[in-house]
Design a protein around this ligand. Structure first.
Ligand code: GLA
Length: 770
């Protein structure tokens, strides 16, 4: 039971295991936000609100001259509104029929449900009554008749609160929503930083930590997708917060389109965060009785640093966002032909790669771009979703059957939202391509975008994809989108509804994905947008893994995967071993290092496996064995970032089973220096009083070790206590040349009672530390 209403004090308190969230209906029926943070009791926290007469922060008319301390500009609002006296960033902006833009909400009522709400046409966290409860609070603008329903999902055990908003036009005339954010969150005190994740194509989700200063700061996207440039995920934290300690708030937007996450520190050092659909390309007309539902935001609070926030989101995304059979089923180790062949392949060539791959233990063969229509480069063919049998030398069915006969699964690539000008589809339906009338559309990778906000386009794509999937033994698809979206205009929307196109496009995408999910429940879909350009919790509802980046360089991936891990679990991050010199950077890294890095994701290969040496083939066999052996801890364990690739010479991460029975420590040197300083890490998540056995399962190739291949490391099978590993730490062996990787498997072998532990410290216990 996580939701409490106190009728006397008119407070709503949401309790999770370690956090408390509270709202209060005040004497003027405004819904105030009184508290979110460390777990406390249900008592009224409105005493924290500082009320005094502040110049230029006005007061509601109804209060007359009696109370100048009550100002919407100062009070912590639960859902902030534009135009009626709160001058800070707002969540809701409405244009009325007379052109005015003010809205002011007052409390109407509430409802509690013993299940999680769902959002029509939108992805949202799900769960049963055992995991989650729902609170719905209704607010009303009495002048216009607009009703606003605030939805809260309380995942008590996970310390997660979800929020979404429904806006219902109960007025007598149509209104235009100009901004309808999913969340507004106020803090009355505290000095904070925020962590955001910026990037570009092939270099996504770099970490940036910035002080929240007076004024407004934001990250967002107006690119049609959530974007490579900024991720819809952030952490607000105390200035002193680190990986291990400090109060932190995680915010993750369950949406794959244009978003805006804004933060403001106000005149009296209060803070407000607003997150939702980006208002720049958004206007939504609501006729009488119509409603609009915002996408969902996931919130979590923890006082033990960034790692705790990551763990809550990892669990929530794995168990309550990802759906279907692939939520729990081990993902197949795959090989994708993109970097191996690019567009230049035949069916025979693909089968030859698959054959070798099957012998090495790879389970899924993925045929990437170039198998359909007329497409031997990226200038043509998108939209023509029928196989190019001439190029393949056989039908898709025959190709699939050859792959299946090798004991592998068969997967194929699609880019359903795009269309090439040089395609049969464009020749047939030029009006389906997005463009502003009278203007030449922007080309990107020489392609255009299909208007996915149109039902007929969605239905066409559903039909085409379904018929391909039914025609061959396909168990996986890679769903790509290789450009940003501009020139937004839809031929079927009237002028006053053109502002609905960008969001309508995302709703269309979700509808198509949902239909496919229902029709092909066993299909594994990997999301992709030029790598990780649409890596968000919204896509993960339909595609439980997403190609993390087009950058497959193991060293660059350290940063990309490090940044991604703050908000998303390992099981969602597509990561492949590719050839050297790397195609994006020209860098040469050992195969063992590439394997070690790719294993921190949904693991696979992307190279022409026929061109590698016997020694490398043996190494691939070893990697697959290791990955499968440690699959459970890698995919479901708690992920710890032990060092950062930004500041350290060696990036070290650790994934520990939740019960502390085993852990895998991985380390990659990206910088070496003469007479090196050792790198020490303290392990996490172990049982202090247990004894662990250490096994070195991956070490750098001999030729990059010091002369004679010798480095000093704990001998195989070395036993150490959990307390030693966590409090004293572990030394990562020094690397001689750059880019060496180490993987150390640490397994609990025995439990030591507190007395024995004490003796062990004194060296008398009957335990071998050899
Ligand atoms: C994108 C993807 C790549 C590959 C190409 C094919 O860039 O991220 O993995 O599929 O498209 O054109």
């Amino acid at each position: 039971m996580g939701i409490f209403y106190d009728d006397k004090y008119k407070t709503f308190t949401l309790q999770t295991k370690d956090s408390t969230y509270q709202m209060k209906v005040d004497e003027n029926k405004t819904l105030l936000h009184t508290y979110y943070g460390e777990k406390t009791d249900n008592t009224d926290k409105s005493y924290l609100i500082c009320r005094m007469d502040r110049g230029f922060s006005g007061n509601p008319y109804e209060l007359g001259k009696d109370d100048r301390t009550y100002s919407p500009d100062i009070l912590p609002q639960e859902y902030s509104c534009f135009g009626t006296g709160d001058y800070r960033i707002s969540a809701l902006k409405i244009k009325h029929v007379d052109g005015s833009r003010g809205v002011c909400l007052h409390y109407e009522g509430y409802e509690i449900k013993e299940e999680k709400y769902s959002l029509k046409g939108l992805p949202a966290a799900y769960g049963t009554g055992e995991d989650v409860q729902t609170l719905i609070i209704t607010l009303k603008d009495s002048v216009s008749g607009i009703n606003v329903l605030l939805y809260y999902g309380v995942f008590e055990e996970l310390d997660v609160i979800t929020r979404a908003v429904e806006i219902v036009n109960g007025s007598i005339s149509p209104v235009i929503l100009m901004k309808a954010a999913s969340i507004s969150l106020d803090w009355q005190m505290g000095e904070y930083d925020w962590l955001t994740f910026y990037g570009r194509h092939a270099m996504e989700r770099n970490l940036q930590r910035a002080e929240i200063v007076h004024g407004q700061q934001s990250v967002g996207s107006i690119r049609g997708t959530s974007s490579h440039q900024y991720n819809p995920f952030a952490i607000v934290c105390e200035r002193s917060a680190t990986e291990e300690q400090g109060a932190c708030y995680g915010v993750s937007f369950v949406y794959s389109g244009e978003f805006l996450m804004e933060i403001e520190k106000d005149q009296i050092d209060q803070m407000r965060l607003v997150c939702g659909i980006h208002p720049e390309n958004f206007e939504w007309k609501l006729d009488l009785g119509e409603s609009f539902t915002t996408p969902e935001v996931l919130l979590t609070y923890g006082k033990s640093g960034f790692a705790g926030i990551s763990h809550s989101f990892h669990k929530l995304i794995r168990n309550h966002i990802c759906r279907g059979i692939w939520k729990d089923k081990p993902r197949p180790v795959l090989i994708n032909n993109w970097e191996g062949t690019y567009f230049h392949f035949t069916g025979d060539k693909l089968v030859s790669i698959a054959k070798e791959a099957a012998e090495l233990g790879i389970e899924l063969f993925v045929m990437d771009d170039g198998w359909f229509g007329k497409r031997d480069d990226d200038n043509s063919g998108l939209g023509d979703w029928y196989p190019n049998e001439e190029k393949l030398g056989c039908t898709l069915k025959e190709l699939g059957e050859q792959i299946v006969a090798l004991g592998m699964q068969f997967g194929i690539w699609f880019e359903p939202e795009s269309i090439s000008k040089d395609s049969d589809l464009y020749r047939m339906h030029p009006e389906w391509a997005v463009q502003i009338p009278g203007r030449k559309p922007n080309l990107s990778r020489n392609q255009l975008i299909l208007d996915f906000s149109r039902r007929d386009v969605q239905d066409y794509i559903i039909e085409k994809l379904s018929s391909v999937l039914k025609s061959a033994p396909v168990t996986y698809i890679k769903w790509d989108l290789n450009r940003s979206i501009c020139d937004k205009y839809s031929n079927i929307l009237p002028a006053e509804r053109q502002g609905e196109m960008a969001h309508g496009f995302v709703l269309g995408l979700y509808r198509v994905l949902e239909k496919l999910h229902k029709e092909f429940p066993d299909l594994l879909i990997e999301g992709c947008s030029g790598g990780g350009g649409r890596f968000d919790a919204g896509m993960l509802y339909y595609t439980p893994q997403i190609w993390c980046s087009d950058n497959t360089d193991a060293i660059e991936r350290l940063k990309i995967q490090y940044g991604t891990s703050f908000g998303y679990p390992v099981s969602t991050m597509g990561a492949h071993v590719s050839a050297v010199p790397n195609h994006q950077t020209g860098r040469e890294t050992p195969l063992s290092t590439r394997g070690c890095v790719a294993m921190a994701g949904t693991f696979g290969y992307e190279l022409d496996i026929n061109r590698i040496t016997e020694k490398d083939k043996e190494e691939i066999r070893r990697q697959i064995r290791i990955f499968k052996r440690y699959y459970n801890v890698i995919q479901y364990g708690n992920y710890y970032r032990l060092t950062t690739p930004y500041a350290n010479s060696c990036t070290v991460w650790q994934i520990a089973a939740a019960d502390g029975t085993e852990t895998l420590v991985s380390a990659v040197y990206h910088h070496v220096c003469a007479n090196a300083v050792p790198v020490f890490v303290k392990l996490k998540g172990l049982c202090e009083k247990a004894i662990y056995r250490l096994e070195l399962i991956c070490a750098p190739d001999e030729d990059i070790l010091p002369a004679g291949g010798k480095v000093k490391f704990l001998e195989q099978g070395r036993r150490l206590s959990g307390a030693a590993l966590m409090h004293c730490g572990l030394q990562i062996p020094i690397a001689w040349k750059e880019f060496g990787a180490w993987q150390i498997y640490v397994e609990k072998i025995e439990y030591v009672s507190p007395t024995e532990q004490g003796e062990a410290k004194g060296g008398k216990a009957n335990i071998s530390y050899t």
